[in-house]
Write a protein that binds this ligand. Structure first.
Ligand SMILES: [Zn+2]
Length: 154
C-alpha cells in the first residue's frame, strides 16, 4: 500500500483522501484546510535509501570471494580449509564493524579487509597450535609406549 504525497489525511479517522476532496470518503467529515494534514513522503522509501548493507561490507565480501576463487584456482581442495577460516573471520569482522558503527566510527573497507585477514590468521595460528599440541601429545604417548615396551631389551 503506497501513499502518494498528493494526499491529505482526515484528522477524524486518519483515512487518506485525494487533494481537493470536499469530504472524507470514509467518515464523511468535511475536509477543510484546518482539519486535514498533508501526507509526508513515504517513510519506508527513506529507510530503503539507507541500507544496512553498506559498500564497505561489499568490498570485504568481494575480497573474500576473490581470494576464494584464487584458492580454488591454485588448489581446489583448499576451498574447505579456506571456508573454515573465512566464515568465523567474517563473523568476527562483522561483530567488530557493528561495534564500531554503534560508536559512530564505522570501519572503512580497508579496515574491514585487514580485520578479516587478521582474524583468519589468528584462527589459522590457533588451528596449527592445536594440531601441534595433538602431535606432541601423540608423540609423548608413543614414546611412553615405546619405553615401556623397550624395558626388556637385553
Ligand atoms: Zn474521515
Amino acid at each position: 500500500m503506497s501513499v502518494s504525497t498528493g494526499s491529505i489525511l482526515c484528522v477524524d479517522c486518519g483515512t487518506t483522501n485525494d487533494v481537493g476532496a470536499k469530504a472524507c470518503w470514509l467518515c464523511g467529515k468535511e475536509l477543510t484546510a484546518g482539519n486535514t494534514v498533508a501526507v509526508p513522503p513515504d517513510p519506508t522509501l527513506a529507510v530503503s535509501q539507507a541500507p544496512q548493507f553498506d559498500s564497505t561490507s561489499l568490498v570485504l565480501i568481494i575480497t573474500v570471494f576473490a581470494v576464494g576463487i584464487g584458492v580454488v584456482a591454485i588448489e581446489p581442495g583448499l576451498i574447505i580449509p579456506y571456508i573454515i577460516l573465512a566464515v568465523p573471520a567474517l563473523i568476527s569482522t562483522h561483530t567488530k564493524a557493528s561495534k564500531r558503527r554503534d560508536e559512530n566510527v564505522p570501519m572503512s573497507s580497508g579496515e574491514k579487509v585487514l580485520s578479516f585477514f587478521v582474524s583468519a590468521a589468528t584462527i589459522f595460528a590457533v588451528i596449527i597450535g592445536v594440531l601441534l599440541a595433538v602431535a606432541i601429545a601423540v608423540g609423548l604417548v608413543c614414546a611412553a609406549i615405546c619405553f615401556s615396551g623397550g624395558i626388556d631389551f637385553k
